[in-house]
Design a protein. Structure first.
Length: 406
C-alpha cells in the first residue's frame, strides 16, 4: 500500500490508472496547527499584497483569504516596523476566530528573519540573498574561497536556526531563478543546476545543525525552468537521503488567463509527477483570486478533491440538447457534491464510452430525450428533457451520493 497518498480516493485513482507516479515520500513539517508533507493533503497558500505595517488592510485581506479556505498566509517583512505590526494582526485575527498560520517573507536581512520567528509559524528566506549581496561580480572562486563563503553563510544561519528551534518555527528555503548569489552564479551559471545547488548549500547547513523543519521551493517565471529545477532538486535530495516537502509555484505568472495557464502547466506537471506538498498560484490580482485556481489545479490533477468533477463534451452537430445551459443547470444543483463525477454528453454515439470514469451520466438519447447512466449502466432511457435534471438528482439520491448543500 502506498502510505504517502493523502486519501484513499487519490491513492486508488493513481493506482488504477497506473500512469502516474505515486506521491513522493516526504517528511512532515508543522506550520503551527497545519502540517505539510507526508500523508497530509496538499496545502494551498497565498501571500498578502497589503503593506504589513497597515494592520487593518492586512486583517481585511487575511479575512478574505480565510473565507475562501486559504490554509497558509504569507506576508512580507522588509523591516522591523513590519515585525512590530504582527502582534496587532494576530490579535485581530484571534478576535475574528481566524486561525491560519502566518509565514514571514524575508530578503536581504538575516536579523529580520531571526527577530520574526517569535511571531510567525514559518519564515521564508531566499538563499540567493540571505547573506550575499548581489554585486554581479565575475570571479573564479577557488574551492577554498567557495568553502570560506559557505562558512560565512553558516555563521549567519546559526542564530536563525537557534530561534527557529526556540519558537517552533518552520523554514522555507525559497530559491528563485534570477536571484542566485554571485558565488553560485559564477560556478553554475543562471541555471536550474545553480538553483538546486543554492538550496542544497542551505539544506546541508540546516541538517548539520540539527534543523529538519524545512520546506523547499524552486520558483521561476518560466514554467519549463521551474519544472526542470524541481525535478533536479528531487534527484539531488534523493542522492543525499533528504526528504523535505516541496512548495510549488510559478513566480510572477501574470494575471487573467495567461497567469492561470502558466501556473496550471508548472504546478500541474509536477503534481502529475507525484511532487508537491503545498502550492501557491501567484497572480497579479487580488490574492483571494488565487485560491479557486489552486483548488482547480489540485482537483484536475486529482491531487486533492474539493468539489464535484464535471465531464462534459464540447457539443457538435449530433448534440440533442443545449449543452451549455444544461451543464450550467446541473452544475448549479450539484457542484457541492465533493468527489462525485457527473458526465453531461450530447449524444449516445460517443457519450457513454467517453464518460466511463463518471459516477453518473446525463446523455442525449434523441430530440428532447435524455438517458441517465449510473457508472457504465443505462438506468433510465428517453426521459423528456424538461424532467431529466430532476431525475438525475433523484438518481444521485437513490445511489446514496447526495448531500444537501451547506
Ligand atoms: S458526445 Fe456526441 S454530441 Fe458530444 S461532441 Fe461527442 S459526438 Fe458530439
Amino acid at each position: 500500500m502506498n502510505i504517502f497518498s493523502h486519501s484513499q480516493e487519490t491513492e486508488t485513482y493513481r493506482q488504477n490508472i497506473k500512469l502516474l507516479p505515486i506521491r513522493r515520500q516526504t517528511n512532515t513539517v508543522s506550520i503551527g496547527d497545519i502540517k505539510i508533507g507526508g500523508t497530509e493533503p496538499i496545502r494551498i497558500q497565498s501571500m498578502l499584497t497589503s503593506d504589513t505595517t497597515n494592520v487593518d488592510a492586512c486583517v481585511a485581506e487575511i479575512s478574505r483569504l480565510d473565507a475562501v479556505d486559504c490554509e497558509i498566509i504569507r506576508l512580507t517583512v522588509p523591516n522591523q516596523k513590519s515585525i512590530d505590526s504582527l502582534p496587532a494582526i494576530r490579535a485581530e485575527m484571534a478576535k475574528r476566530g481566524i486561525k491560519r498560520p502566518l509565514v514571514a517573507d524575508v530578503h536581504f536581512n538575516p536579523r529580520l528573519a531571526i527577530n520574526v520567528c517569535e511571531f510567525v509559524e514559518k519564515v521564508r528566506i531566499n538563499p540567493g540573498n540571505f547573506v550575499d549581496r548581489k554585486k554581479f561580480e565575475i570571479r573564479e572562486y577557488t574551492d577554498v574561497q567557495y568553502q570560506e563563503e559557505l562558512e560565512r553563510v553558516e555563521e549567519k544561519m546559526l542564530p536563525l536556526i537557534k530561534n527557529l528551534k526556540k519558537f517552533g518555527c518552520a523554514l522555507r528555503v525559497g530559491t528563485n531563478h534570477g536571484s542566485l548569489s554571485d558565488r553560485v552564479m559564477n560556478r553554475f551559471g543562471d541555471t536550474s543546476e545553480g538553483m538546486v545547488e543554492s538550496a542544497l548549500e542551505f539544506l546541508r547547513i540546516l541538517r548539520k545543525n540539527g534543523f529538519e523543519e524545512t520546506v523547499l521551493s524552486m520558483k521561476s517565471s518560466n514554467p519549463l525552468v521551474m519544472i526542470q529545477a524541481y525535478r533536479q532538486l528531487v534527484q539531488a535530495m534523493d542522492a543525499e537521503d533528504m526528504h523535505y516537502p516541496l512548495h510549488l509555484g510559478v513566480t510572477e505568472a501574470g494575471n487573467e488567463l495567461d497567469g492561470r495557464i502558466k501556473s496550471a502547466v508548472g504546478i500541474g506537471t509536477l503534481l502529475c509527477d507525484g511532487l508537491g506538498d503545498t502550492i501557491r498560484v501567484s497572480l497579479t490580482e487580488p490574492s483571494e483570486n488565487e485560491i479557486p485556481v489552486a483548488q482547480s489545479i489540485l482537483q484536475s490533477t486529482r491531487a486533492r478533491i474539493y468539489n464535484t468533477d464535471f465531464i462534459s463534451c464540447p457539443s457538435c452537430g449530433r448534440t440533442f440538447f443545449d449543452l451549455e445551459s444544461t451543464t450550467a443547470q446541473i452544475k448549479a444543483r450539484t457542484s457541492h457534491l465533493k468527489g462525485v463525477k457527473i458526465a453531461i454528453m450530447g449524444c449516445v454515439v460517443n457519450g457513454p464510452g467517453e464518460m466511463a470514469d463518471a459516477d453518473f451520466g446525463y446523455v442525449g438519447a434523441g430530440p428532447g430525450k435524455i438517458s441517465l447512466y449510473h457508472g457504465q449502466s443505462c438506468v433510465e432511457r428517453n426521459i423528456p428533457s424538461e424532467q431529466a435534471v430532476e431525475r438525475l438528482i433523484e438518481l444521485i439520491q437513490e445511489q446514496g451520493k447526495w448531500v444537501d448543500p451547506a
